[in-house]
Design a protein around this ligand. Structure first.
Ligand code: GUN
Length: 289
């Protein structure tokens, strides 16, 4: 046996259980708002019929119903004009019953996604994708946090992990996950390395990491030989393996023999993302109260 490896496999950070706990709090806050005559409302806008988007949107609407939030799903054909979509967003921005607006991405190619995101009022940007939200995170001002990195931070908090002075390696540099994740880790005084497709010797960097967040969208980006014994591994990936089963970016079976903590896929970051969307929507409604 390799003497540097822990003798027991990693502790699993259960995103379903943590979500359930956080959603109890969401339900409680929803009831408190309703008692004051405010029903938190989320508008979900889907353009076209991307099958993955259909599933995500359905799960978001169901999560709202389960926690007592009001939601509206606006579905449009793929040939909806950009102008018409911007007009709908404008109406939702002004709708007092709507506290959060989410346009499911990707939008069809003839629509400029950036223009759509910037049309959403920052006060209702519960996805945290608006430039104002990204800028607020960058400079440490209040604003909505993107749901996936926000959920990852809750998972780290759930194990009482103190990030101060720790080395955190984020694999992936997307605007939705990698970059905001790095900002949140930095805010907690971690030393942060962002790795991406042009990174040379990824393994040399991940082997130094106390925390690894894998957010690339590719299977087996992180394998057991790349992980420091006892490290915390957060897997944001959502992929299919050769048998068509859902899997993350991390070689789960291998890495869990080395890591101290690990998030599974499914049942890890995924449920947390939707939970944080509910939290952001409640937060927005509370600001109106
Ligand atoms: N597409 C994939 N993930 C997301 C998300 O979190 N929000 C939106 N709006 N679109 C997505």
């Amino acid at each position: 046996m390799n003497p540097t490896r822990p003798t027991s496999p990693a502790t699993i950070i259960d995103g379903i259980a943590l979500s359930a706990t956080l959603r109890e709090e969401v339900s409680r806050r929803t009831l408190a708002l309703k008692a004051r005559g405010i029903t938190p409302g989320l508008a979900v806008v889907l353009v076209g019929n991307n099958p993955a988007s259909e599933v995500y949107v359905r799960n978001k609407v169901k999560a709202c119903a389960d926690s007592g939030l009001h939601s509206v799903l606006e579905r449009y054909d793929a040939d909806l004009t950009e102008e018409a979509l911007l007009a709908r967003i404008d109406a939702l921005n002004r709708d007092p019953n709507i506290h959060g607006i989410l346009v499911q991405l990707p939008v069809p190619a003839h629509i400029d996604a950036n223009k759509v995101i910037e049309a959403i009022s920052p006060a209702k940007d519960v996805d945290g994708f608006h430039i104002a939200s990204a800028g607020a995170l960058m400079v440490g001002q209040p604003g909505f946090l993107p749901c996936t990195p926000y959920g990852c931070m809750k998972m780290l908090d759930s194990i009482g992990f103190d990030l101060r002075g720790k080395h955190a390696v984020v694999i992936g540099r997307s605007n939705i996950v990698g970059k905001p994740m790095a900002m949140l880790l930095l805010q907690r005084s971690a030393t942060v390395t962002i790795c991406h497709s042009a990174t040379q010797d990824l393994k040399a960097l991940t082997l130094q990491a106390d925390v690894v967040v894998a957010a690339v969208g590719k299977r087996n980006v992180l394998t057991a030989d790349m992980v420091k014994p006892g490290a915390v591994v957060i897997d944001v990936g959502m992929n299919r393996n050769l048998e068509g089963k859902l899997c993350g970016d991390v070689d789960y079976e291998g890495v869990r023999q080395v890591a101290g903590f690990i998030t599974p896929v499914p049942g890890g970051v995924g449920p947390m993302t939707i939970t944080m969307l509910l939290v952001n929507t409640i937060e927005s409604a509370e600001r109106c109260a």
